[in-house]
Design a binder for this molecule. Structure first.
Ligand code: FUL
Ligand code: CA
Length: 475
């Protein structure tokens, strides 16, 4: 077998990546000066007094997110304009200079507290690009400033599950040239919040490559590794963008993890995808977009494609000028959550029986795919790359969703598969897919059958399955 394939199956997620992957679906909050100026990117010169939400209620945000089925929230503590939603000691450009809560407010506190109360995870977005801060462009001074702010956020608001580092920098060729010290930022996060994933401009979670809500048909979590500055100097062929942080991969490439894409690559990493998109055209709230909120059908499609396509979904929902999630967004999110909950409430394979064409041993028996435990799994013997599993649902059942999960602690292995159901005329294929990874939700037209079959037609060395579920969408 090809050496790079052998190396690829030995690349596995860290515990923090597994915890993150199991969060599946969580929300983004873009809120700040831009909310009050109707802009997407502030200039950094806006008067802090403009920030004045009249009915801000972080519990309403958390309630709405939970109703949608989200398990976490990431807040733009500071966007590109530099305005801080907490009273940072290192700048006066913050909520402390506004009249909101009489200048005594701390929105990061209110939101993180609301998340704890509601039992969802809390994450932070702290834009490296800062159009207000005077030291921006004086690289060392600004890096010190950024680290100090990051430390405030990492030490004052409890546990943080994701530190979302945005790569955007809109300074033109004549703009201030800041060299970010990514390594130092990453070290600080590891030191102060070892359980947090560092997303996008970081080593743990990869941007899927677009903001439209799509992910690839084959979303591999094992891809060529992120390279550090030191390593880059060895790699002459590498283009170092701004001398700070570069990847051997371009996250926008169509193929990141196929055999082709990893052949001969010396260093591979577990670098899974996150799909980030907004419920409205903009990231911030704009009254003119009140009638452009995505529909439940659109969001469901995005959910199946991302959470059901080996990625996590980060859905942005921007609160309005009152400081509330607008009624229209809230209504759509509630219905989305209802459909997801009702659809996956009952696994129609709960009492099913299963057989596999090959099984390694008792510990890896096929019953493990039906026990509801993601840590137990089935696998065949070494080198058996194609297998099939038959499932008897005990009675004829109507279904249109089949969920497959690989045991990702054993790596990502499945490359192609099909789902068949049994009819009087024999087996009929209802779905054909490529990768599985953490989770694949196979969507197809309703069928009625008592037996189904999963044919793994290609895998790396041998496949694993930790769970299989059969469902009917309750739209
Ligand atoms: C981009 C930013 O420029 C947008 O304003 C937004 O925050 C999005 C999530 O990331 O890079
Ligand atoms: Ca299991």
């Amino acid at each position: 077998m090809d050496d790079s394939i052998r190396a690829a199956v030995n690349v596995v997620p860290s515990e923090r990546q597994i915890n993150w992957q199991r969060t599946e679906f969580y929300g983004f909050i873009h809120f700040g000066i831009n909310t009050f100026t109707d802009r997407e990117w502030g200039t950094g010169k806006e008067d802090p007094k403009l920030f004045n939400p009249t009915e801000l209620d972080a519990d309403q945000w958390v309630r709405t997110f939970k109703a949608a089925g989200m398990r976490g929230l990431i807040l733009t503590c500071k966007h590109h304009d530099g305005f801080c939603l907490w009273p940072s000691k290192y700048t006066d450009y913050s909520v402390a200079a506004s009249d909101w809560r009489g200048g005594k407010g701390d929105l990061v506190r209110e939101v993180s507290d609301a998340c704890r109360r509601g039992g969802i995870k809390f994450g932070i977005y702290l834009s490296p690009w800062d159009r207000h801060e005077r030291t921006y462009g004086d690289s060392e001074a600004y890096n010190r400033f950024y680290l100090a702010q990051l430390k405030e956020l990492l030490t004052s608001y409890g546990e943080i599950f994701s530190v979302w580092l945005d790569g955007a920098c809109g300074e033109g060729p004549d703009g201030r040239k800041q060299v970010y010290d990514w390594d130092a930022y990453h070290r600080l996060v590891r030191e102060l919040q070892p359980g947090a994933v560092i997303s996008v401009c970081g080593p743990d979670v990869r941007w899927c490559g677009n903001e439209a809500g799509h992910c690839r048909e084959s979303e591999w979590s094992v891809v060529p590794a992120v390279l550090r500055k030191a390593e880059l100097t060895q790699e002459k062929s590498q283009k170092v963008d701004d001398g700070t942080f570069a990847r051997r991969i371009n996250t926008e490439d169509a193929d990141l993890g196929s055999r082709e894409a990893i052949r001969g690559v010396k260093e591979l990493a577990w670098y899974p995808a996150e799909v980030n998109t907004s419920i409205r055209p903009g990231w911030f709230y704009h009254p003119a977009e009140d009638d452009q909120v995505r529909t439940v059908d659109e969001l469901l499609k995005i959910y199946y494609g991302s959470v059901g396509g080996n990625a996590c979904l980060l859905l942005n929902v921007p609160p309005d000028r009152r400081g509330l999630i607008h009624e229209r967004d809230a209504a759509v999110l509630e219905e989305l959550g209802r459909v997801i909950r009702d659809t996956f409430a009952e696994n129609l394979a709960d009492n099913a029986k299963a057989w596999a064409s090959d099984t390694l041993d008792f510990n890896h028996r096929v019953e493990n795919i039906l026990d509801g435990n993601p840590d137990t799994y089935w696998r065949p013997s070494e080198g058996n790359e194609t297998c099939s599993i038959e499932i008897d649902l005990v009675r004829p059942v109507v279904f249109d969703r089949v969920v497959l999960c690989e045991h990702i602690r054993s790596g990502q292995r499945i490359e192609s598969f099909s789902v068949d159901y049994w009819t009087d005329d024999g087996w009929v294929e209802c779905y054909r897919g490529t990768v599985v990874g953490y989770k694949r939700i196979c969507c197809f037209e309703r069928v009625k059958a008592q037996r189904l079959r999963i044919r793994i037609t290609g895998s790396r060395y041998y496949p694993t399955l930790s769970e299989v579920g059969v469902y009917l969408e309750r739209r």
